[in-house]
Design a protein around this ligand. Sequence first.
Ligand code: SF4
Ligand code: SF4
Length: 393
Amino acid sequence: MAEFVRHVKELAKPITSALGYLDIELTERCNNDCIHCCINRPVNDEEARSREMTTGQIKIILAESAGLGSLEVRFTGGEPLLRPDFEELYLYARRLGINVLIFTNARLLTPHMVDLFARIPPRMPIEVTVYGMHKESYEAVTRAPGSFFQFRRGVQLLLERKVPFVVKSVVLPPNRTEMDEFEAWARTIPWMTERPRYSIFFDLRNRRDDAQKNRLIESLRPSPREGLAVIVRDAEKTRKDMGEFASKFMGPPGNMLFGCGAGCGLSIDAYGQAQPCMGLHAPDLTHNVRSEIRDEAGGITHHSALAGALASFKYLREMRAANPDYLRRCAVCFLKGFCEQCPGKSWVEHGTLDTPVEYFCEAAHAQARWMGWLDKNEMGWTVINWKERVRKA
Ligand code: SF4
Ligand code: SF4
């Protein structure tokens, strides 16, 4: 549901610049080692650190982004606050007039950093992920001793300095029984105007780099029925959001692979590769922005690395699915768009862009049945009169 709600909001945003969105993964390293994580590398991974973009390269990206009229960036990771130049990058973005959305586990928030956010606000609420309400549950997820105390201290600093933030969570076996407690606490946070979002249906490793970790992630995935139970905790709102989404974005895509907003904006990974979106790491679909940026010695003058990456992603609209199973199912399935299956997730699970992902397929069907769009044994790709059903439900 967390991703669903975000998706609704992102799709609904008017695109006002040539660059629809900009995400920068400042590092893949993290001071946590969460049991479900699809991206993290160890905090002291020197090999990863040595490949990360330099401060100057990231500044050039930010400057070009502002030049393209895009005045919002998401700093994510890994843990973005791990970078020693985080403050410099943050200030640089803010001086350009760019609003900064920060995704963090809050462990590295210091009085100095939070004072800075109070003085020069990011202009978007910081998003803090909460892995548990108690030391035992939290650290059973993060596998980082001492992390719970640091997270609580970070959140306390934000509260004391009145820096707007929101909290979200991940539903995992160690914290599954704490949802009521988490939501009660979330209601005490002044900037939480809505129920917190949850990550529920976990992705496998985004880079297909760790079969053993994938087996762990698979073992943590809730069944579609269990996932549905979390989604419908706020049944009335869920029904409204899903209905709204369905009427705008759902429907059979035919053989067109990318019916989403992929390629309208850019997600730049820690090593300077532009991806069409955060979830799409297929190497064939990346564009090396870093190689087109002169380093600091070249000065921050005129660059067109982002514009080049955007132009290079235009062909995504022309890409067509060829997998017979996809053509038989997803291509004619009215749940496409609503279902989490997409080329990025297909690549992560199967190494191809057009293979239905059974886990997401079952999850989508469970939700569609709850919405009354499908009968018990019906499948989305067999239904013709779906518009009428969605309207009536
Ligand atoms: S805090 Fe986030 S990036 Fe770090 S290991 Fe946990 S889920 Fe991954
Ligand atoms: S519900 Fe299944 S068939 Fe329909 S789009 Fe998703 S994966 Fe494809």
